[in-house]
Design a protein around this ligand. Structure first.
Ligand code: SF4
Length: 223
């Protein structure tokens, strides 16, 4: 059962979340996914998001251009030798495991979904190389469903701002955020947290609290 103290805490966090959402909307009105893909070809987002592990989105966007010149469809990628895919995705790092996952994932899309990307968390999680973070990104960006993408920026900022209390485990952060963020706001908020995390609340330098639009409401935990 939730104690009085816990529900008071939750209420405070919900209020904080609403304020943060509004301010970041003003600050970053056009935030979007920085992986480039065509929404009509959602399988390309699955490829890009797999390649983006431990690699920048900018590099992924360049690498996939060459990959799709050689293998422009789900079928072509599903039929491609893994070694060929590996050579092309090598600049993104972890070439072998990424190529294997992409190959296996495209085979499933071809054989079980006629090339379509499924639109439920349950089905997405069964695809090779797809975890909750990727599945949420697809649900939110491609299908416009409620989604919370707990990437490194989301986790760092959620802790600093005070949405979560010292947890860095992505699944736990996601569960905590679902409690305080209106479902329809989750996906856009996560894109805005990425933009804010890159521009202001940075990981590699001290965050620039002096020029942050959240400075007066942020808990600044660990800063
Ligand atoms: S006030 Fe500082 S810690 Fe808080 S979000 Fe802004 S930059 Fe990050």
């Amino acid at each position: 059962m939730t104690s009085k103290k816990e529900s008071k805490e939750l209420k405070k966090k919900k209020e904080l979340a609403l304020q943060v959402i509004e301010r970041l909307k003003e600050e970053y009105p056009n935030s979007d996914c920085t992986l480039e893909y065509d929404r009509e070809q959602a399988w390309k987002l699955l490829v890009s998001v797999r390649l983006a592990a431990q690699c920048t989105d900018a590099r992924v966007n360049v690498v996939v251009e060459e990959l799709y010149k050689h293998f422009p469809t789900v079928e072509a990628l599903a039929d491609a030798p893994v070694e060929e895919i590996e050579k092309l995705v090598h600049p993104c790092g972890l070439g072998n495991s990424k190529a294997r996952d992409i190959s296996a994932c495209m085979k499933v899309l071809r054989d079980q979904y006629s090339g379509r990307v499924p639109d439920t968390m349950e089905e997405l999680l069964k695809l090779p190389g797809v975890g909750r973070k990727s599945a949420n990104l697809v649900l939110g960006d491609v299908y416009g469903k409620p989604a919370i993408v707990t990437d490194t920026h989301c986790i760092r900022l959620s802790n600093r701002i005070g949405f979560v209390d010292g947890t860095t485990e992505p699944g736990k952060v996601e569960r905590e955020l679902w409690k305080i963020i209106p479902p329809e706001e989750g996906n856009d908020l996560c894109h805005r947290l990425v933009d804010h995390g890159r521009a202001v609340c940075t990981a590699r330098t001290k965050p620039y609290c002096d020029r942050c639009c959240l400075a007066d409401i942020c808990a600044k935990r660990g800063v």
